[in-house]
Ligand binder design. Structure first.
Ligand code: GDP
Ligand code: MG
Length: 767
């Protein structure tokens, strides 16, 4: 039997209506589901397979849209896909709890000459309220199949697909709910004239032309002229776009909304979500609550003194597991938080593997450099990155919970009030929050911003929202600071570094708004999704996504760079191997790592970082910080991986027996005598400077051609300024006067410059 070509279905619906959830159920894939609008920006596709008939259907997940007008890029993407991609049927997913608003898009989809099936999603929520929907009546009025489903609970999914597959085999002509409106004659005439020109989907295009839709009026100038004349003659020159929208809503409220029956129509109680929102989005409490929640999350992930029990006088045994300063459950008298315990478990495991492999290789009479390559180079680097996986995953779990419950959407809403002052809307804050995960999807998400300037500004500050890969730098250096100082607490320092990134973003946004990216902020309209309990499955999807991404990176780009760096660190410029014995941690010849190629390169670039505190002023091996900062440009994980590899060797140079197991950065701090302000400046530099290779490539793709260089310069300048500020003020407090003076001058300069510009505009206007 000849293989029948697969049918092609497109999923279309409002943002947050559950498209991605349905897509995942249908295709068995694991796309990102989020309880806020704008998560899906790109088209995604997959295959649905009927369990009984084995029939396969190609499914296309479109970005969420409220309408098919060409105002945002999502709308244009969706519309073009529906027109150009040879779709056999549209599954219009409708949020049944928000019927009226969702049917607005439905009314436009129905105008296409395509079979449409309506999936009334979230029916579980409707039923929970005791409400019901008259599906028969809706079907009669819209003349397409309507199926009540719950994408989340996977209810009625095969019914939906069976009816869709059936219906897709039929021809369907577009239908408009405006057929009885004052516009009906105009619509008919325009449709007829398009039909004569053999334009596909004539009704759909007719309405778009009447709506004064730019994409269409340009293509059919003569038809558009006719519409204008008709309007002047018969409709007394109305705003047709507004009129069409108006008529659609009128029809929906008077003819369609009544299919929804409320259990108790008189009851106008506040929903549970509204009640929660009274507190969480409260004008005064909103932001403090957000910061408190962040703090709790960081505490659970990073604290080595859980609940500050030790600080409050409760003491626990130290060095429980016998490692020098980190026990599995206890650290220096405090209980570890869950994140630290998990991390310690991973470290125990990887240390064990590493020594096992070392022993195995030695027993096989492997050469010294072979053992060193495998144990220090490959495994040492990889493992030091992997040891951060538990904390990264935990942090992600918390962020996913916040996102999935609907709280993150509130955060965007709360912050919109403030961010407006900084020149971006709440819409821009969404990609920024995503930046905490990874800059790459976050930058792609800026496509939801319609304003070009807002988009550029957002892309630039996204890396300041410290991503998962920068976390190891943060935690490792923070650990080193605490050990060196003997005080401080990990979660507080980590949190303040995250805050530093956010504050830098704010300041940068304000400066850009005042200088290179002036303009008004477009209004931000977002409906807040209902709160619901996070779904275990979708949380696991998020975590798996993250883990997969991390592991892929670990075994590709990080593995390759660790091997390269190992070679550079183990050979001299004239290719002599720098021999050392991993057992005794002793160099065997006269050569040390300080003679390596890597050291040579490091020393060459080191002066660049002198103003930041981790350059030429450091003692022997100080070049590793310069090298770390550079390898971070490939992938931020490399920074700590590089330290991981070098730590063992530096341990030798120190003549210390603590080479292994000691926090890599502590070894580096002891070897180089780097100061605390310089170490903080090092963290800040890595957080704020040019992001990894992948993020730069994404930025290049998202920004206008040829403008990437300004953005790269921006990252370099910001990171350089902030880090040197931290270093100089941290080391010599009196330099703060210089900084205050310099900043005051810059502000004055911007102020005067803006004044001059606006007065010259005034003169221009007068002229
Ligand atoms: P999209 O923006 O249209 O792709 O929507 P998502 O698939 O990301 O879903 C938005 C939110 O609605 C998520 O929090 C889902 O868990 C939730 N959701 C999706 N389908 C259902 C459903 O059938 N019932 C309920 N109660 N929630 C759902
Ligand atoms: Mg989606």
């Amino acid at each position: 039997m000849a293989q029948r070509e697969r049918m092609r279905f497109a999923l279309a619906g409002n943002p947050n209506s559950g498209k991605t959830t349905l897509f995942n159920v249908l295709t068995g894939s694991t796309a990102h589901v989020g309880n806020w609008p704008g998560v899906t920006v790109e088209k995604k596709d997959g295959i649905y397979k009927n369990k009984v008939t084995k029939e396969e259907v190609y499914i296309l997940d479109l970005p969420g849209i409220y309408s098919l007008s060409p105002y945002t890029s999502e709308e244009v993407i969706s519309r073009n896909a529906l027109i150009d991609e040879k779709i056999d049927l549209i599954i219009n997913i409708v949020d049944a709890t928000n019927l009226e608003r969702n049917l607005y898009l439905t009314s436009q989809l129905l105008e296409m000459d395509l079979p449409v099936v309506i999936a009334l999603n979230m029916i579980d929520e409707v039923n929970k309220e005791g409400d019901s929907i008259n599906v028969r009546e809706l079907e009669n009025k819209l003349r397409v199949p309507v199926v009540e489903i719950s994408a989340l609970k996977e209810e009625n999914i095969s019914l939906l697909m069976d009816r869709a597959i059936d219906f897709a085999k039929k021809k369907r002509e577009g239908m408009t709910i405006l057929k009885d409106s004052p516009l009906k004659n105009l619509i008919n005439e325009v449709t007829e004239s398009l039909k004569k020109q053999d334009i596909p989907n004539p009704l759909f295009h007719a309405l778009k032309i009447i709506e004064n839709d730019e994409l269409e009026t340009n293509k059919h100038p003569d038809v558009y002229k006719f519409v204008k004349e008709y309007n002047d003659e018969h409709l007394s020159s109305q705003d047709l776009e507004a009129m069409v929208a108006d008529e659609r809503y009128k029809y929906i409220t008077s003819n369609l909304s009544n299919v929804y029956s409320k259990k108790d129509p008189n009851k106008k109680k506040l929903s549970k979500s509204d009640k929660i929102d009274k507190v969480l989005t409260n004008k005064w409490l909103g932001i403090p609550i957000f910061i408190a929640i962040l703090f709790v999350i960081f505490h659970l992930t990073f604290a080595e003194d859980f609940l500050y029990l030790n600080a409050m006088g409760v003491s626990f045994p130290t060095n429980f597991a016998g490692t020098p300063f980190k026990g599995l459950f206890f650290t220096e008298g405090g209980i570890n938080s869950i994140g630290v315990i998990l991390q310690n478990l991973v470290i125990c495991f990887t240390d064990w593997i590493n020594s096992l492999v070392g022993d195995l290789l030695t027993s096989m009479n492997a050469s010294n450099w072979g053992v060193a390559l495998v144990c220090d180079g490959i495994l040492g680097g990889l493992f030091s990155v992997l040891s951060f996986v538990p904390q990264i995953l935990l942090l992600f779990l918390f962020f996913s919970i916040l996102e999935d419950t609907g709280y993150m959407a509130r955060v965007a809403f709360i912050l919109d009030r403030i961010f407006r002052k900084f020149g971006v809307s709440g819409r821009a804050f969404m990609p920024m929050i995503m930046g905490f995960g990874c800059s790459v999807p976050a930058m792609i998400n800026t496509r939801t911003l319609s304003d070009e300037k807002e988009k550029i500004a957002t892309i630039r500050v996204i890396p300041f929202f410290s991503c998962g890969a920068k976390l190891p730098i943060l935690t490792a250096c923070t650990g080193a600071i605490i050990i060196t100082l003997g005080v401080g607490n990990a979660d507080l320092i980590t949190l303040s570094m995250y805050l530093l990134g956010m504050v830098t973003a704010i300041v940068a946004l304000i400066v850009m708004k005042q200088t290179t990216l002036k303009g008004e902020v477009a209004p931000f309209i977002m409906e807040l999704p209902n709160y619901h309990l996070p779904q275990f499955k979708s949380l696991m999807i998020h975590l798996w996504d993250k883990l997969k991404h991390f592991i892929e990176k670990a075994f590709t780009i990080i593995l390759i760079s660790t091997i390269v760096i190992w070679f550079l660190q183990s050979f001299t410029f004239d290719w002599k191997y720098i021999e050392y014995d991993p057992e005794t941690l002793q160099f065997l010849g006269t050569l040390t790592t300080d003679d390596s190629i890597l050291a040579g390169i490091g020393k060459l670039i080191q002066p660049l970082f002198t103003p930041l505190g981790f350059g030429s002023q450091l003692a022997a091996f100080g070049w590793v910080f310069a090298v770390g900062a550079i390898t971070g440009l490939i992938a931020k994980e490399n920074v700590i991986a590089t330290f991981g590899m070098l730590a063992a060797v530096v341990g030798v140079a120190l003549g210390s027996a603590e080479g292994e197991g000691v926090n890599e950065v502590v070894a580096m701090v002891q070897a180089t005598n780097i100061t605390i302000p310089a170490l903080i400046s090092f963290i800040a530099f890595n957080m704020l400077t040019i992001p990894c290779f992948a993020a730069v490539a994404t930025a290049k793709a998202e920004l206008k051609k040829g403008t990437l260089k300004y953005t790269i310069a921006f990252w370099l300048i910001v990171s350089y300024i902030v880090s040197s500020l931290i270093y100089t003020v941290g080391s010599w407090w009196w330099t703060s006067f210089i900084w205050v003076g310099a900043i005051a001058l810059i502000i004055l300069g911007i102020y005067l410059y803006n004044k001059k510009i606006s007065s010259s505009r005034l003169t221009l206007n007068r002229g």
